[in-house]
Ligand binder design. Sequence first.
Ligand code: FAD
Length: 382
Amino acid sequence: MSQSVLISGGGIVGSFLGLELAAREIPFKIIEKKPFASSENDHIRSLTLNLSASERLDCLGVSTTSSLIQRMNIFDGYGSGKLSFNCDEANIDYLAKVFSFNDLREALIKKVESSISIGDEITSFKSMESGIQASLSNGSTLETNLLVIAEGRNSTLAKSIASENFSKDYEQVAKTFLVEIPELNAEEAIQVFHEKEIFALMPYKNGTEINQFSVVWSMPKELAHDLTLDNLSTQLQKFEKKLSCKIQATSELLSFPLSAHHLDEYCDKGVCVIADAAHSIHPLAGQGINLGISDAIILAEEIERAINAEKDIGQLALLKKYELRRKTLNASMIRGVDFLFNLFQQDNPYLRLGRNSGLKVVDKLSFLKKNFILHASGIQKI
Ligand SMILES: Cc1cc2nc3c(=O)[nH]c(=O)nc-3n(C[C@H](O)[C@H](O)[C@H](O)COP(=O)(O)OP(=O)(O)OC[C@H]3O[C@@H](n4cnc5c(N)ncnc54)[C@H](O)[C@@H]3O)c2cc1C
């Protein structure tokens, strides 16, 4: 009998893994606990996917509206430090694509809808001679050769596999909303590091609007608590001044508390953990889902290799290969982003000076910038 995979969590990465398995004709089932209820704020949240992940979605036939990022400008809110990245510098067509979170999720779910069961959750699992037996909240059980946990941050099942070797509450909240900025180039992303705040603008074509941008603005919890639509324009003035433009908010504000973590191990016999269930990261580099998608691609490759070699896909040795191929890369991204976060939180005047000069120096080093671009786009691994 053919071997099968059970995926717990039908978020973007769980559904994407399903699609990767479907492309390899490997049987799978997804269990998603939350029914999809649309709300009028669905369109606000965006997601930036690097070139590698975007191209993989194209290959798998997932099509939904997106906006191209051709250029990225990073500013130090203090002084004149600036760093620019342009796709031409690395000879690639674009740096990244910006999607609507919900549109992308819906497009993925549609592709795997015959294999997804919505409204139940896996409450526990046990290892058996023949594989894994998972118990569901509706009282039934399911047997599988491999259980993949893709339940996002705070997954109880993931925590039963391993403890965390890195865990951090940034004491920050990301405010996300939409804005119109006629003065800015609609293919340019911008990031401003200002005191304890990080203000990011991503081009966001969500319908016919021109020069619409999606904002992800990380800020200390206290500031986020006091920020409302009424006092938003006053708080935006510092960024308007820095970017010499007028920023007009056009939506409600969504809030996301920010933290990061990394599991010490990703697998046990018959079970493995992927994406945000295994690791989460501050969104300042827009890399969270990209890491998760890479996990899913590598895991699907290892599963396919084991099936072709007529080996058990739940074998610990095979799952450790997936862990080995992903854990160091994920750890370096989590630590790197955490280092950047700390660097820009410092208000030591000497450090600020060094940071500004550093940005200007790096901006002139085309070889180093090309490497940054290829790494961030997922083309080049460390
Ligand atoms: C403000 C903000 C902006 C971001 N921007 C970017 C960006 O631009 N680019 C980027 O790459 N990343 C970004 N990220 C990170 C990105 O959103 C996450 O990495 C990504 O959503 C994780 O996907 P996932 O499928 O692992 O988890 P989730 O999206 O959390 O999905 C998990 C799914 O599992 C289901 N589930 C949970 N428990 C169970 C259970 N017991 N049984 C069954 N189902 C269960 C949930 O209902 C959910 O549907 C951002 C994050 C934030 C907070």
